[in-house]
Write a protein that binds this ligand. Structure first.
Ligand SMILES: NC(=O)c1ccc[n+]([C@@H]2O[C@H](COP(=O)([O-])OP(=O)(O)OC[C@H]3O[C@@H](n4cnc5c(N)ncnc54)[C@H](O)[C@@H]3O)[C@@H](O)[C@H]2O)c1
Length: 245
């Protein structure tokens, strides 16, 4: 097993890609702590435990610094370390430039950018003390290419890539790697509201002609979180069916 005895926090792990990551990490031997706002996280964790793997759920927002500090300290007290942080939680509030409100801008920046900053700032202190850490944060192919109607979202995903490169420089000497992962179009609750005709149009633009599953993306997180990637830091791994080549 590739994550034997590792303690992994997965934000936004209740559903979608984060759920896929939590299930795969637990199967690979990690104890997974799901941080999410949705109560579904309880069910996700209990399904993992019912298979004989280890997971727990904490209801928390990645934007709430005092709560993150308290929760990270609880995990450290209980398990003695936090090896892996997967900054996966993210939201969209799409609108074209002239129609986008400040509230829509702020909401997306708050979760997708500030949330990643806060979780990493808090958790990496424990990694620094331990001399080991793996941080992988959710970017998007949209952060590399832009996207119609996603000024706020694209900005945050480009920001995640830049933050990861910065942390590579600041945290590398403590044995911590920091990478971004840019999924392409993935079938989850986030994308299920897209109308079918638009969906077909998106698929035609993808060289592999199909959407990703959460598991397709989770395998990339697994690699970057594993010891096999111990000399990989500051990259953005794209898993997008070849769209951002
Ligand atoms: N689905 C895609 O096509 C796609 C493509 C590229 C990037 N991504 C990115 O991958 C990540 C996961 O996407 P998904 O499609 O699984 O989304 P999703 O909406 O299905 O799941 C996101 C999870 O994050 C949680 N979350 C949202 N705000 C939170 C907060 N403040 N605190 C804690 N948890 C919070 C949600 O409750 C949810 O469980 C996101 O960062 C997204 O931007 C997704």
């Amino acid at each position: 097993m590739r994550l034997q005895n590792k303690i992994a926090v997965v934000t936004g792990g209740a559903r979608g890609i984060g759920k896929g990551v939590s299930e795969l990490f637990a199967k690979e031997g990690a104890t997974v702590i799901i941080w999410d706002l949705l109560e579904d996280g309880e069910q996700t964790a209990s399904n993992i435990n019912s298979k004989g793997h280890q997971a727990e759920f904490t209801k928390i927002s990645v934007t709430d610094k005092p709560a993150i500090e308290k929760e990270a300290e609880r995990i450290h007290q209980k398990y003695g370390k936090i090896d892996i942080l997967i900054n996966n939680a993210g939201i969209t509030k799409d609108r074209t430039l002239h129609k986008m409100s400040e509230a829509e801008w702020d909401a997306v920046v708050d979760v997708n950018l500030k949330g990643v900053f806060l979780c990493t700032q808090v958790v990496s202190k424990y990694m620094k003390d331990a001399g080991y850490g793996r941080i992988v944060s959710a970017a998007s192919n949209v952060g590399l290419r832009g996207n119609f109607g996603q000024t706020n979202y694209a900005a945050t995903k480009a920001g995640v890539i830049a933050m990861s490169k910065t942390w590579t420089m600041e945290l590398g000497k403590y044995g911590i790697t920091a990478n971004a992962l840019a999924p392409g179009f993935t079938l989850t609750e986030m994308t299920e509201q897209i109308p079918k005709e638009h969906l077909d149009g998106i698929k035609k633009q993808i060289p592999l002609q199909k959407a990703a599953t959460p598991l397709d993306i989770a395998y990339g997180y697994l690699y970057l979180a594993s010891d096999e990637a111990s000399y990989v830091s500051g990259i953005c791994l794209t898993i997008d069916g070849g769209i951002s080549r």
